[in-house]
Design a protein around this ligand. Structure first.
Ligand SMILES: NC(=O)c1ccc[n+]([C@@H]2O[C@H](COP(=O)([O-])OP(=O)(O)OC[C@H]3O[C@@H](n4cnc5c(N)ncnc54)[C@H](OP(=O)(O)O)[C@@H]3O)[C@@H](O)[C@H]2O)c1
Length: 254
């Protein structure tokens, strides 16, 4: 079984590791043994755990899962040249990763939290040499899409990487709206969850505008609710959310 080495044992590392469970031998490198133990417990699979100080990454396939601001600090604790570095870090460019970690090849990817249930939409870009292996790794946690430029990856970060948080806001607000009108909380939550499950499948094959037109009959309930969303500038706020996330990615990369 091939070994994948995770540097960082937080939420995203665990989400990806869950998708790889049973398919790869997993090694985790961190700074705190208790946290790595928690990672192993949450994963439910035996892993190798190593402290980061002076850890040798020579010829390894690394999945880097620390925060963007940790790169320099982490790089000082490692030695050797990894074969492939797959970075999940938002906004950290290939050239910065090469400068600090000096791997043979680098692929940046942007998964989302759905990796933990094998349903991440992950965008990737970077060295062509690492493309095949990185794509195989990320395909184990959902769908992948290779992009041509880092600019595209930074834009896609705001869509698929941050998207679960945006949709969570919508999901919670719709359920709150139903409760406000008198639906019991448990019924509102169950209805909202069913809505998202069905919508997730429908949107794979239908253009959003066509889907909306199909649901909206003249003068009906959907038209009334839809008008309220337009009055609340939801469309403009969504477009702005992607712009702000992209601006933040650019800020992190400079
Ligand atoms: N969460 C998401 O939905 C999402 C989506 C796409 C991409 N990302 C990217 O994923 C990355 C990680 O996010 P996260 O949500 O997993 O963060 P997190 O839960 O805070 O995990 C960060 C990990 O980095 C470790 N770390 C920090 N400094 C370290 C050091 N000097 N040496 C060793 N380990 C160190 C932390 O170790 P300790 O356990 O010891 O604190 C922790 O395990 C970010 O760069 C983010 O841009 C996240």
């Amino acid at each position: 079984m091939r070994t994948i080495t995770f540097i960082g044992n937080g939420n995203m590392g665990l989400s990806i590791a869950k998708g790889l469970k049973g398919k790869y031998h997993i090694e985790v490198v961190g700074r705190n043994r208790d946290n790595m133990h928690e990672f192993e417990k949450a994963l439910g699979q035996k892993i190798d755990k190593s402290l980061i100080d002076n850890f040798d990454i020579t010829r390894k396939t690394i999945v880097l899962c620390v925060k963007p601001s940790n790169v320099e600090e982490v790089s000082k604790k490692l030695h050797g040249k990894a074969d492939l570095l797959v970075s999940v870090l938002a906004g950290v460019p290939v050239k910065t990763l090469k400068k600090y970690l000096k791997p043979k090849s680098v692929v940046r990817c942007m998964p989302n939290l759905a990796a933990s249930v094998g349903k991440s939409m992950t965008t990737l870009t970077g060295d062509e040499k690492g493309r095949e292996e990185a794509t195989v790794i990320l395909n184990a946690v959902g769908d992948t899409l290779w992009l041509e430029t880092e600019k595209e990856l930074d834009i896609a970060t705001g869509l698929a990487g941050s998207g679960p948080a945006y949709l969570a806001l919508i999901a919670e607000a719709f359920a709150d709206g139903a409760v406000k009108q008198g639906l019991k909380r448990e019924y509102a939550m169950a209805t909202m969850r069913g809505l998202f499950a069905g919508f997730g499948e429908l949107i794979q094959d239908i253009h959003p505008a066509e889907l909306k037109d199909t649901v909206m009959s003249p003068g009906g309930t959907t038209a009334a609710g839809y008008g309220a969303l337009e009055d609340g500038n939801v469309r403009a706020a969504c477009i702005d959310a992607i712009e702000q996330a992209y601006e933040k990615a650019k800020e992190l990369s400079s």
